[in-house]
Design a protein around this ligand. Structure first.
Ligand SMILES: C[C@H](N)C(=O)N[C@@H](Cc1c[nH]cn1)C(=O)O
Ligand SMILES: [Zn+2]
Ligand SMILES: [Zn+2]
Length: 509
């Protein structure tokens, strides 16, 4: 009897639990039904507008918005106007912020391109993100070795070739298109979106830090997170980026005779500025990549075991990397050394010599004044002010030992800090979720060897957390000949941004 009673009770319990489970499932389904995010509609909208997006990129790439060339400044101003116009058409509250002027090496001044800020949505119950990007580009000429006109976007096998296509015009447009997709489908934007688009990034973000300080308590007061998409993946796998190197860019000017001289008539009698310059440039770095400026290597943050493990776990093919850039040998042969020297160790690069004879032919000249241009990509815990002093003192001492009558002037024209984020922040969890939804895989967690001059200032001045969410391909050729953006990255990247806005809205903070 007792046994039958126990059996009945246990069956009742079982039924009760099953009913409870079913109710939970129905409840969940209702919740999901109400809150389900319409990704499919949004993604379909993106797929239906691919040609419009490519056309928008074509119009932007056609503008030669080279921030390093003062003669192109009218184009750069036009580019900023076009950016503002696009944001206005999206219903944004747009401001074109005057950030003053720039002094050129000859002492003249020209206006800096205005910074475009915009606000879309002002719901105090939502998070607010600020999308930062730039629409200026590096110089490009067809005769540099481009296969196509750099300012005429050319589609070859799904690769959209053009200067600034990947760095950074397509990613900026992709963010705008992501917001537009929500608007076009009459869907509530999951977060308020602000844009801050500048036109001097490629030359060190001149004037932007002052503007950020000035706008800390206005434009930035309600910003929760800053998102930057100005870099690429490491491989074919999507990535989240948590650090950039800084950059200290130097001019070393050596001045000798009052004018250029005939090398036959004067060679052997004068101490040539070019010989002095090559001598001091050669003293910066050894052939195997060791920086010779005292104090630089000592300032680098130690490489932890945890970091070593992270780098070791990254999927990275050295042979693909070599063939992409067309070299037979690299500075290091193993993945960890290679990645760490790309991302978290400093390096010296010599970029060019102004005043040198560089045309074709064989002019027999002794240039009277030459300016060597080099930069040091720096990393935590290096400090640009300290690097400036270390480099200037060192070059003056090396030059002094030459006992040359020529004059050396060393100036640091850019001092951009490195940036490092906390990958444990919810922004990175949101990034993982968005990548998984769009690409069905886990992203790589990577650093970037290049520099976002303003990134650390954003973090220091506003106190906000930053994520870099790249959509560029690993082989886009930024700053190089034949820069391109894959259609795939541009379009799937737009979907990634749509998803990311949703994921950020879910952050509980
Ligand atoms: C990474 C970004 N797309 C980029 O190319 N940044 C430039 C910024 C810079 C640094 N010094 C001068 N400009 C770069 O890393 O070269
Ligand atoms: Zn860039
Ligand atoms: Zn760039």
């Amino acid at each position: 009897m007792e046994c039958v009673k126990t059996l009945t009770t246990s069956r009742n319990n079982e039924r009760f639990h099953r009913q409870e489970e079913m109710l939970a499932v129905i409840f969940l389904a209702i919740i999901l039904g109400i809150n389900a995010h319409p990704f499919d509609e949004l993604h379909q909208y993106v797929d239906e507008h691919v040609e419009d997006y490519v056309q928008a990129l074509r119009e932007w790439v056609a503008v030669e918005s080279d921030s390093s060339d003062a003669t192109k400044r009218p184009d750069l101003h036009r580019m900023m106007d076009m950016t503002a116009e696009k944001l206005k058409n999206m219903g944004g509250e747009v401001e074109m912020v005057d950030i003053g002027s720039q002094e050129l090496p000859d002492g003249t001044t020209i206006p800096l391109p205005k910074v475009v800020t915009a606000q879309i949505g002002k719901d105090s119950n939502k998070h607010t993100v600020c999308i930062y990007g730039h629409v200026d580009v590096q110089p490009a000429k067809k005769e540099d070795g481009w296969a196509t006109d750099p300012y005429n976007l050319t589609d070859i096998d799904g690769k959209l070739y053009g200067r600034g296509s990947s760095d950074n015009k397509a990613p900026v447009l992709a963010w705008m298109h992501a917001v537009e997709a929500y608007q076009a489908l009459d869907l509530d934007l999951p977060v308020n979106v602000k844009f801050l688009i500048e036109g001097m990034e490629e030359t060190g973000s001149n004037g932007l830090d002052t503007m950020i300080v000035a706008k800390r308590d206005t434009f930035f007061s309600d910003v929760d997170y800053i998102i930057i998409s100005d870099c690429g993946w490491l491989s074919r796998k999507p990535a989240l980026t948590y650090g950039t190197r800084g950059n200290c860019y130097f001019f070393a000017e050596v001045e000798g005779p009052k004018q250029d001289l005939h090398s036959g008539v004067y060679g052997g009698t004068v101490i040539e500025p070019m010989t002095d310059l090559i001598g001091i440039l050669d003293s910066l770095i050894s052939p195997n990549g060791k920086i010779l400026v005292p104090g630089i290597r000592e300032a680098v943050a130690p490489f932890s075991d945890e970091e070593w493990k992270m780098y070791q776990d990254i999927d990275f093919n050295i042979e693909t990397f070599k063939s992409k850039i067309g070299v037979s040998q690299l500075m290091y042969n193993n993945k960890v050394d290679l990645l760490s020297h790309r991302w978290r160790h400093p390096t010296v690069s010599i970029h060019g010599i102004e005043g040198a004879f560089s045309a074709s032919g064989s002019k027999t000249v002794i240039p009277a004044k030459v300016t060597g241009k080099f930069s040091i990509r720096q990393v935590p815990d290096m400090d640009p002010a300290m690097v400036k002093k270390q480099v200037t003192d060192y070059l003056n001492s090396v030059f002094g030992k030459r006992k040359s009558p020529n004059k050396l002037k060393v100036t640091m024209i850019i001092g951009a800090k490195p940036w490092l984020a906390d990958t444990k922040h919810a922004l990175y969890e949101a990034g993982r979720a968005a990548v998984k939804r769009v690409f069905q895989m886990e992203p790589d967690l990577i650093r970037e060897g290049g520099t976002i001059p303003i990134a650390q200032t954003f973090q220091d001045v506003t106190g906000k957390s930053i994520i870099m969410l790249p959509i560029g391909g690993f082989d886009d050729g930024l700053h190089s000949q034949n820069e391109k953006m894959n259609r795939y990255n541009y379009i799937e990247g737009t979907k990634l941004f749509i998803s990311y806005l949703h994921e950020v809205a879910e952050i509980k903070e």
